[in-house]
Structures are given as structure tokens and as C-alpha cells.
Ligand binder design. Structure first.
Ligand SMILES: [Zn+2]
Ligand SMILES: [Zn+2]
Length: 176
């Protein structure tokens, strides 16, 4: 199982977003968005997006296979404007999501929640490491903390919302 994100309702990009209120969105940084640019390691793939300031780490086994350690997730609001589409390969990692990577350099690009009833617009969760300007980012949540191996950890965990798999899934099913 993999779940990486809160349900977010997006209507027409950045002009009229309307978020569910749930525990993980309570933090101020979740509400702050900014325009961001980024690229993969080789530069063949670039993008522009509106992203939330709040970055999350996912410790699930799939994310760790995909990115060596936890996936550091920057949540996009609305559509992401990619260039270099011919270099983006999409791996279908579950029934509800796919993961994109650059076929030239191998950079992990995004986790994409496919459109479905609970997430009608779909949702792109970008690899935070791709962002060209990271000044505004705030590391404010961790998910699948019960899947993290023992050999690493992040300092300052008291200041973050930390969820086990069960807690994350419960949050999902309690919204709508
Ligand atoms: Zn690349
Ligand atoms: Zn994960």
C-alpha cells in the first residue's frame, strides 16, 4: 500500500483551490504556496508548478526503493507544466498512482495520484530535490514512520506531524 498525500480539491489551477481541512493541513506551511521551477539532474526535464511550502517525507518501502532513503515530497497544487515530456517515463506503482522518472538521467521526478473520486483532479507530488529554489520549503510532516528502518532519522521531529501507515489511512478514509 502506498498513500502519500492528503486529498486536495483543485478547480482550475491556482485561481480557485479549495482544500479539505484535516489534521495534516492544519499547519500554516500547508496553506502557503509559491510558484516554483525545477529540473532533473541532466536538465532534459524541467517544470513549473505551484507548490505548497510544507514538505513531507515518506518512509514507505516503495519510496525507499525509488529514492534510496525517504522520498522528500513537495506537493503541487493544480497542474504541473513539464517540458521534455519525451524523457518522462511513468511507472505504474499501484492502482491509484504512478511514479515518473527521467529516462536520460534516472532522476525520480514525481509521484502522481491518478484522478479518481476522492482526488478528482489527480495530484502531482514532486521530488523536493528537483526544485531550483528551496528557501521557502518547510519540512513539516512525515508519513509511514512505522516503515522507516532504524538506521536513519531526522532531527527536530517534535515540530512535525508524524503519521504511521494506519494513521495516514484513517485520515484518508475520514475525509469524505
Ligand atoms: Zn534527466
Ligand atoms: Zn511512500
Amino acid at each position: 500500500m502506498e498513500f502519500l498525500s492528503n486529498s486536495v480539491k483543485v478547480e482550475n489551477g491556482m485561481s480557485s483551490t479549495n482544500q479539505q481541512s484535516n489534521p495534516a493541513n492544519a499547519d500554516h506551511s500547508e496553506a502557503v504556496t509559491s510558484e516554483a521551477k525545477g529540473s532533473c539532474l541532466c536538465g532534459k526535464v524541467t517544470f513549473q508548478a505551484t507548490i505548497k511550502a510544507g514538505v513531507g517525507a515518506c518512509h514507505c518501502g516503495m519510496c525507499r526503493k525509488w529514492s534510496a532513503g525517504p522520498f522528500m515530497a513537495a506537493h503541487a497544487v493544480g497542474e504541473v507544466d513539464f517540458t521534455g515530456l519525451e524523457y518522462i517515463s511513468r511507472y505504474s506503482s499501484s492502482e491509484w498512482a504512478e511514479r515518473g522518472f527521467c529516462t536520460s538521467c534516472g532522476s525520480s521526478l514525481f509521484y502522481h495520484l491518478l484522478p479518481r473520486a476522492e482526488v478528482p483532479a489527480g495530484e502531482y507530488i514532486l521530488s523536493a530535490g528537483l526544485l531550483s529554489d528551496q528557501q521557502a520549503l518547510v519540512f513539516d510532516h512525515e508519513v509511514y514512520i512505522d516503515h522507516a528502518p532504524g538506521w536513519y532519522g531526522f532531527a527536530g521531529e517534535d515540530g512535525r506531524h508524524r503519521m504511521t501507515e494506519a494513521e495516514l489511512l484513517a485520515m484518508f478514509t475520514s475525509t469524505e
